[in-house]
Design a protein around this ligand. Structure first.
Ligand SMILES: [Zn+2]
Ligand SMILES: [Zn+2]
Length: 326
């Protein structure tokens, strides 16, 4: 990138980080203007953002998204290390919702990501039960935060069959839906590493078919996972082909979000190793096709890339918007 462009970017970031104080009245209106400018520019129907940290409080995720000019975001709803997490702090929940409102983030552009500890497909009864309980807890947290969808890694079969695994996952989802109203569970496609299920679209369909409330189940397509699972989006027209395949097998009506990641691993390698946009085996063209694909309007398009120094989320979001042709 040319040095001139970089200094322009830096200047914008500095303006954005000037926050008067925590109450931030004037701050909010300033950001509304910024996001309005963006909606009038290129890619106005594209909601590109990133998975952001909640260190220091849930609302910090909102602030980080604003700083990087994200229009959507993902976050964890608690610690990734523990099965037993402290209850959601109601003051923090209020602060989070206020931040979302003042910066104009709608619930359908926010996609919380589930804890990596969960395996709702586990053949081990204790792991299954803990995972099922955690799924209930995750959906309850979404509800308490006014969020409407939740991103779940389906699970892994371990030493059981894929079919049994898909059955258990659907059972856990049905149970959680019974316990918590309204929130939609969004299954993520996987790379097919080890015994994880959801690498093939047919496996996602196998779960979806068993979910009782069809209005509360969806899919988030992760580009790195899809490529690693064998869907070649690096080819010209590759994104369109993948979406056609998805429509045929699952149905586009279930598509709720995308994760935008390049892949360190080669096509079909089954490795879940994310790379910065345009710097991996997928390449920039697929992402150009994604940000210009009308089927992906108005859904969260979320980065989960390493974000190396000099090419962090803000730069990758800017790059992606620069690829938008209208
Ligand atoms: Zn994920
Ligand atoms: Zn992902």
């Amino acid at each position: 990138m040319a040095p001139k462009k970089r200094s322009e970017r830096k200047r914008k970031t500095e303006t954005e980080t000037e926050r008067p104080d925590e109450s931030g009245g004037g701050d909010a209106s300033e950001h509304r203007i910024i996001s309005k400018e963006k909606t009038e520019g290129k890619g106005e129907h594209k909601y590109i953002g990133a998975h952001v940290s909640i260190a220091g409080g849930l609302w910090k995720a909102v602030e980080a998204s604003v700083e990087m000019k994200g229009r959507s975001f993902a976050l964890f709803l608690g610690s990734q290390r523990s099965w037993k997490r402290p209850a959601l702090d109601s003051a923090a929940a209020v602060k989070f919702q206020e931040a979302c409102n003042s910066h104009g983030f709608q619930p359908n552009h926010i996609l919380p990501h589930g804890s990596y500890l969960m395996n709702c497909g586990s053949p081990k009864q204790d792991v299954f039960e803990k995972s099922q309980a955690m799924l209930v807890d995750e959906l309850s947290r979404c509800s308490a935060l006014g969020l409407t969808q939740f991103n779940l890694h389906p699970g892994a079969s371990r030493d059981s069959s894929t079919e049994e695994c898909l059955d258990r996952i659907a059972q856990a989802i049905n149970h959680a839906h019974q316990q918590v109203p309204a929130v939609t569970t969004v299954l993520e496609n996987m790379s097919g590493q080890g015994s994880t299920v959801g690498g093939q679209f047919s496996e996602l369909k196998g779960i979806i078919d068993q979910v009782r409330d069809q209005s509360r189940i969806g899919v988030c397509l992760d580009t790195c996972h899809a490529f690693a699972a064998g869907y070649d989006i690096s080819l010209p027209g590759g994104v369109k082909s993948m979406l056609e395949e998805f429509d045929k097998v699952v149905g586009l009506q279930y598509l709720r979000a995308f994760h935008l990641n390049d892949s360190k691993g080669k096509l079909g390698c089954h490795l879940d190793r994310h790379e910065d946009i345009g710097r991996g085996q997928i390449g920039l063209n697929a992402f150009r096709e994604i940000v210009n694909e009308p089927l992906l309007d108005n859904i969260p398009l979320i980065l989960e890339t390493p974000g190396r120094p000099g090419f962090e989320y803000a730069e990758q979001i800017e790059l992606l918007y620069s690829l938008c042709e209208d």
